[in-house]
Design a protein around this ligand. Sequence first.
Ligand code: MRU
Length: 356
Amino acid sequence: MNGKYKAFWLDENGFVEVIDQTKLPFIEETVVLESADDAIVAIKDMIVRGAGVIGNIGALGVYLAVKENQDLKYIVKKSKEIRESRPTAVNLMWAVDIMLEAILNENENLLEVAKNAAIKICDEDSQRSSLIAKHGCDIFENIMKEKGKTTINVLTHCNAGWLAIVDDGSALAPIYEAKRRGIDVHVYVDETRPRNQGANLTAWELGKDNVNHTIIPDNTGGYLMQQGLVDVCIVGADRVSVNGDVANKIGTYLKALASYDNNIPFYVAIPEGTLDFNIKDGVKDIPIETRSEDEVKYIKGLNKEGVVEELLIMPKNSKAVNYGFDITPARLVTGLITEKGLCEANEVSICNKFAK
Ligand code: MRU
């Protein structure tokens, strides 16, 4: 991994240290994961999150299982638990399966095999992120050329930066590349209720790199698009089925609809591990995580005394529902920005580019 910032790393004892994303942007703290169970808790409780990083921590979680106990039954059992720790981001299943294949094909030096396999997954994701940055930024430059503009206004939803995918992210990678190329880029950041990954994480990341950005309530994007204030939308994804349907953070679908209605390109940036070749119809078959209603009912923030607090924001007895993701049908997706370049959101293009 070569990025300027990292969401996780191996410490001097061979354990996995991660930035605690539940505390950002108010407190910058790390947590050390010493066992497969620690990795499972970190994924479930969203201490780490974002499809790519969930996959990376899944892989490193399998390595931690091997570090604890080299009995194959134990490793397979823990791998299964890790694989099931969150349901929608397919990078998790993808990475755990690669780990198991590497481990089960060896008889000796299992710890080294597992460590090397996990590091390889992370390093390759980092290379994918750099390529997505370049391909995505070329697209931004074309949009600017076509419109005769010297600035570009980008709208993004949730967080698909380096906290979510090593090293530049997926959706944010072309934005960081634009900054490196000296392009005048401004980002509208959807706050992304209920967990506010946009306001808490994307804004924090962009601020660290001095990228000009404005946080908007989730309902604002459509109006901005009607007013000609958005040139392009770009989001990441947790799973893309082989027909090009996109599972991403809840609310993505509404942004895609508004983009379509306003003739604004809607791109989805993904590395290979986000593709699911087993699902033919994403709208019907991609599993959508449902999370606790308390994530909707309570909101976390810094009070006037500078203390982080959680507040109830609705009648205590009202019910709430909390779907983590929604599905944007392929027909609303202008294109998939991948490490192999731009790919149409359909089975023929996906299979041509990523033929096994
Ligand atoms: O629930 P999260 O925070 O793990 O979800 C992550 C997302 O859905 C992001 O929108 C992202 O685009 C996909 S991860 C690169």
